[in-house]
Design a protein around this ligand. Structure first.
Ligand SMILES: NC(=O)c1ccc[n+]([C@@H]2O[C@H](COP(=O)([O-])OP(=O)(O)OC[C@H]3O[C@@H](n4cnc5c(N)ncnc54)[C@H](OP(=O)(O)O)[C@@H]3O)[C@@H](O)[C@H]2O)c1
Length: 284
């Protein structure tokens, strides 16, 4: 492990990875607006050093995994693909829970098929609407791992209590909850992960693309800090997350080559005390 990497299960990944959800159509549903660019973004991400890609079969569905497969197979040896199970889409793109044990196993198999791999490095059990029978879901994930279909179990959209319960039952390799400058409810969970040596992967690091998103990148105080540091608001937002702990692994999502390059260079931004003071207390 170096300053730039952190373990994700038995693999080590760079701290800036790539979230692939934005490569599908709007709302993570249907085909991309620009398929060629989507493929270019994936190839460029790996060329720029990304070795951790976050995806899900239900992005599209099958669209994002299909793009990853087309752009990157044969996969580089150091590439860690992480997916999630626990949700499904209906014909209009609505998100539905799919958390029954047989649905979790089917979800993993769908990911293996659409990515063209025999085993995934990690898969997040992604809770939707609070969850259901958490122990039964953990049992299913443990059985899937014991079967050899996945190397590690992650958790997503969980509470601190659920994490504490889960680690008493089995090894958890990563936790993925929303966290950004304006949405900090998961900070105690991040701290818990840090104490346990578990990777914490904030989703919506830039405020997300969903309708009603919080306008993080247009926040006047963030813009002012970025201007003073001669950086972009997006880079400052990512730099703030990176500073929260060595176990923070970023997966900013973009469908744009330019934004990808901006995000990959966020590591160069150095926050000073004045910036930290403003950013730590920013509110919407
Ligand atoms: N576990 C879960 O339940 C869950 C939920 C949501 C997401 N995720 C994962 O987390 C990843 C990240 O979340 P996200 O993609 O929803 O949200 P995000 O990374 O916070 O934001 C994505 C939005 O920011 C824009 N953007 C990206 N880079 C930018 C830059 N440098 N400058 C300006 N705008 C920029 C994107 O637009 P452009 O495309 O135009 O760049 C897009 O509108 C996803 O890709 C997905 O893999 C997981």
């Amino acid at each position: 492990m170096t300053d730039d990497t952190f373990p994700l299960g038995d693999r080590s990944v760079r701290r800036i990875g790539f979230g692939a959800m934005q490569l599908a159509g709007p709302g993570a549903f249907g085909p991309p607006r620009d398929r060629a660019t989507a493929l270019d973004v994936l190839r460029k991400a790996v060329e720029l050093g990304v070795n951790h890609i976050d995806t899900a079969q239900y992005y599209g569905p099958d669209v994002v995994n299909g793009l990853i497969r087309e752009a990157l197979r044969p996969y580089p040896d150091d590439l860690v693909l992480v997916s999630k199970v626990g949700a499904a889409r209906d014909d209009s793109g609505r998100w539905l829970p799919a958390l029954a044990p047989e649905q979790l196993r089917a979800g993993v198999l769908d990911n293996l098929r659409s990515l063209g791999v025999d085993r995934l490095d990690a898969v997040n059990l992604r809770l939707l609407d609070g969850g259901g029978d958490f122990d039964a879901q953990l049992d299913a994930m443990i059985a899937i791992r014991d079967e050899g279909l996945i190397a590690g179990i992650g958790l997503s959209n969980v509470s601190r209590q659920q994490l504490v319960h889960a680690v008493q039952r089995t090894e958890i390799v990563c936790v993925q909850n929303p966290l950004n400058l304006l949405a900090r409810e998961s900070l105690p969970l991040l701290r818990e992960c840090q104490e346990l040596g578990i990777a914490f992967v904030p989703f919506f690091p830039l405020g997300s693309a969903f309708a009603g998103a919080d306008g993080l990148l247009t926040h006047p105080e963030l813009i002012a800090v970025a201007e003073r540091l001669e950086a972009l608001p997006s880079q400052v937002a990512l730099a703030w997350l990176l500073e929260l702990g060595p176990n923070v692994l970023l997966i900013p999502g973009t469908s744009s080559l330019g934004h990808l390059i901006d995000n990959m260079t966020a590591r160069r931004v150095r926050l000073d005390d004045e910036a930290r003071k403003i950013l730590d207390t920013i509110t919407d």
